[in-house]
Design a protein around this ligand. Structure first.
Ligand SMILES: Cc1cc2nc3c(=O)[nH]c(=O)nc-3n(C[C@H](O)[C@H](O)[C@H](O)COP(=O)(O)OP(=O)(O)OC[C@H]3O[C@@H](n4cnc5c(N)ncnc54)[C@H](O)[C@@H]3O)c2cc1C
Length: 312
């Protein structure tokens, strides 16, 4: 993969992409990433392609690899900050294809990477299957959630995932069992460039009332942060071992702190919000300020949970 390319190369890429005749999905050019991230921030992607199925995705990554174009995988963009200069190369948007879910016997399911977690939680509830209630408020896709090992209230994706189907960077299909994903806090380890197409999950048979009760309880616990009126990307920093990042940020007196249009939320100190016209550079400056102040006042280093991509 090569670094950023000039206008001439972008034109040649446009030309080439148009001529992947087999590609069934949409291909858009110069797409504002602010329209594809929950933060509503980010400069343009040169190209955004929406593969519809394995065949499309296989062709797309093989094409990108053969031409030396960078590609970035996008789920729902709910854990992502895109820099203001945008993204060179191809953004592979997984939200239009890969929305299939097959429910198998014994509480097993094969779930497309583009399925949203809250939708899957509801489907599992309707089948009396338990294990994913923790994700009722997590707005991402299954693919993004596997990559991030998303979790809440003591549960995480690693509890339900048995393995994943992937397309590798040369377009080859594969299956990676859970034992090789090395799940840890907000992290899974995949071969470089691998794209999750489906997750194989196993649920437990549960009592429907209990499942509904847990979902309601988790919604209630999330009331304050889900009422935040500004675009955001959820928690900005990981919780350091044994500590809660939001509490540390609050203790450091940073609630309401601003940089340009970015602000540390008054409702939940580990959320940075786009309070109006925020740029990625504002969010990054505020993140640096929060890290510095928490370190200088409490001696604790905060690590970002969100992923940052693109150019300044
Ligand atoms: C209001 C709010 C609340 C949130 N609450 C929580 C929470 O409680 N717990 C929690 O863990 N997270 C939470 N999040 C963060 C986020 O929703 C999760 O991390 C989610 O799993 C990200 O999924 P996504 O589809 O949006 O991924 P994206 O943000 O699109 O991408 C995240 C990363 O995954 C990669 N990726 C995405 N799809 C694929 C794929 N198919 N194959 C390979 N790589 C892929 C991307 O390249 C990127 O590196 C919250 C976010 C918001 C906005």
């Amino acid at each position: 993969m090569q670094a950023g390319r000039g206008r001439e190369d972008r034109n040649s890429m446009q030309y080439s992409l148009f001529f992947i005749q087999r590609f069934k999905g949409k291909v858009l050019f110069n797409v504002p990433m602010s329209e594809h991230t929950s933060f509503r921030i980010g400069g343009p992607a040169d190209v955004m392609a929406f593969p519809q199925d394995d065949g499309d995705l296989k062709d797309l990554v093989a094409f990108a690899e053969s031409k030396g174009f960078q590609f970035h995988v996008l789920g729902a963009g709910t854990n992502l900050l895109v820099r203001d200069g945008g993204v060179r190369g191809i953004v592979v948007n997984m939200c239009e294809g890969f929305k299939d879910t097959s429910w198998l016997d014994e509480g097993k399911a094969v779930v497309g990477a583009g399925v949203r977690l809250p939708e899957l939680v509801n489907q599992a509830r309707d089948r009396g299957l338990s294990g994913l209630e923790f994700a009722v408020n997590i707005p991402g896709t299954v693919g993004g959630a596997v990559m991030m090992n998303a979790g809440a209230y003591g549960g995480e994706m690693a509890d339900v995932v048995e393995g994943i189907e992937v397309i590798g960077r040369k377009g080859q299909k594969g299956f990676i069992p859970k034992s090789e994903l090395n799940f840890s806090y907000r992290k899974a380890v995949l071969p470089k460039g691998a794209i999750v197409t489906r997750a194989h999950m196993r649920f437990r048979k549960g009592d429907p009332e209990g499942i509904r009760g847990r979902m309601a309880e988790f919604r209630e616990r999330r009331k304050a942060s889900s009422a935040i009126p500004y675009p955001n990307a959820g928690s900005i920093f990981k919780n350091p071992e044994g500590r809660i990042a939001g509490k540390l940020i609050e203790e450091a007196g940073l609630k309401g702190e601003r940089s340009g249009g970015a602000m540390v939320s008054e409702a939940h100190a580990n959320y940075i919000v786009n309070a109006g016209g925020a740029k990625a550079k504002d969010v990054l400056a505020l993140m640096a300020l929060v890290r510095d102040k928490v370190f200088s006042s409490l001696g604790i280093v905060l690590e970002p949970e969100i992923k940052v991509i693109g150019e300044d």
